[in-house]
Design a protein around this ligand. Sequence first.
Ligand SMILES: *Cc1c(COP(=O)(O)O)cnc(C)c1O
Length: 232
Amino acid sequence: MNNDSRCDMIAENIKVILHNVAEAKASCGRESDDIKIMAVSKTVPPEYVNFAVSKGFSLIGENRVQEFLQKKEYYVNNAEIQFIGHLQSNKIKYIIDSVSMIQSVDSVSLAKEIGRQALKNGKCMDILCEVNIGGENSKSGFSPDSLADAVYELAQTDGIKVRGFMTIPPKSDSPIYLEKMQRLYMDIKAAKIDNTDISVLSMGMSGDYVDAVKYGSTMVRIGTGLFGARQK
Ligand SMILES: *Cc1c(COP(=O)(O)O)cnc(C)c1O
């Protein structure tokens, strides 16, 4: 596919996504809610990420530290970057200054190390706790049962602020888990835990974002549905 035709495809996909999100919002009476759409950039060359930014998709999700470090100098500077991939403690220092949120916080110890690195850099990092809502062995994240206690503990940690939750539900029976995650989010948000500001439910990818909007998602993360099939 040449350069122009890939941009044409991305532009077309953007229209479809905006239409689908608007329709999903309307179908459940959420027209006035602001639902953020994240462009998930793994394997996508920076020129196409920048094209999406130019079309208004300026929130970018990065999965891999190494790939992000190679690409970030090519990104236009009005892109907002958040980290969504598995993160090892020893890599935090490479991204702490260039992302606005880390969504893939899957343990208390990782969160505390993010807090330490953030303080070193004179900032407070917004984080989402990743929730393994389906209890799958193949996925990382807090178990639904341990989540509330973890949030209370992280609320006491300097250098981070818990803003909400991110999840990747099991592929089959996705709506059951979307609903379960919505309930958990609502319950913990309603507890109004001091030093937290829980207002983000990052849920929904190319295959299930329409359903996710119906179950209260405030941010959908779209890769293939925006940029096309991944090359590697
Ligand atoms: C890859 C990825 C996505 C996007 O997946 P698609 O199915 O391509 O839309 C969303 N969230 C995370 C955490 C991912 O790793």
